[in-house]
Ligand binder design. Structure first.
Ligand code: PGA
Length: 245
């Protein structure tokens, strides 16, 4: 269960992580791995303040190479150095804002593996692609192109995030989610072998909130959620985590 803070949060937002840990300490602890992916400016502080506690930390993007003359970029090794254990790659906002291709996403995922991080590899169709009935073709192509040869069930997580559901309040029906997640599981079987594919975690993302989390998490082949907006407030994220069973 991962929270993607995107480009939200200055140092004061660390109070939300503290608040989340307090809630987790008081209430029943969901049987999930819990991760926050804050902006990279907060990673080190979050790690030093909370890294020994119940929460994993992840980055939101990384460069494919370990170091070099790439102004403004951050490598997977740098994320690992400040306590991240995972990194999101290929989020649709990066594909859109930075023109990231499947090949680049695969290189970033391979970089994550090289640095010992779990790669959370994001895929998902646009509204138009869904309307045209191209959802499975698009998701299949993105999965195929974005998964590096180094991927295993241990070091990779797939996040299915329909672009039209991100930040819109819209979600696919449980039936649609089941169809895509089942398709992803089957496709992974072709790439990694059935046994490995059965173990890999497939997250759903896109407008997950306290009111719909239980229904979405109950869908077959949904192993967790990648939560954007609703992960920014401790109480909301905790309510979503509580829906995990
Ligand atoms: P959202 O974002 O929950 O705000 O829709 C999800 C994501 O982009 O990971």
């Amino acid at each position: 269960m991962a929270g993607n803070w995107k480009m939200y949060g200055k140092t004061a937002a660390l109070a939300e992580i503290r608040g989340l840990l307090d809630l987790l300490g008081k209430g029943p602890r969901p049987a999930a791995d819990i991760m926050i992916c804050p902006p990279s400016t907060l990673l080190a502080q979050a790690h030093y303040a909370f890294g020994k506690r119940d929460i994993l930390l992840g980055g939101q993007d990384c460069h494919p190479v370990p170091e070099g003359a790439h102004t403004g970029d951050i490598s997977a090794e740098m994320l690992a150095d400040v306590g991240a254990t995972a990194v999101i790659v290929g989020h649709s906002e990066r594909r859109r804002d930075h023109g990231e291709t499947d090949a680049l996403v695969a290189a970033k995922a391979a970089a994550a593996h090289r640095a010992g991080l779990t790669a959370i590899i994001c895929i998902g169709e646009t509204e138009q692609e869904r309307r045209e009935g191209a959802t499975l073709a698009v998701v299949g192509r993105q999965l195929d192109g974005s998964l590096p040869p180094s991927a295993t069930a241990e070091n990779s997580i797939i996040a299915y995030e329909p672009v039209w559901a991100i930040g819109t309040g819209l979600t696919p029906t449980p039936r649609d989610v089941a169809e895509v997640h089942g398709f992803i599981r089957d496709s992974l079987g072709g790439r990694l072998g059935r046994e490995e594919a059965a173990k890999i975690r497939i997250l759903y993302g896109g407008s997950v909130k306290p009111s719909n989390a239980r229904e979405l998490l109950a869908v077959g082949n949904v192993n967790g959620a990648l939560v954007g907006g609703a992960s920014l407030k401790a109480a909301d994220f905790y309510a979503i985590l509580s829906a995990y069973s």
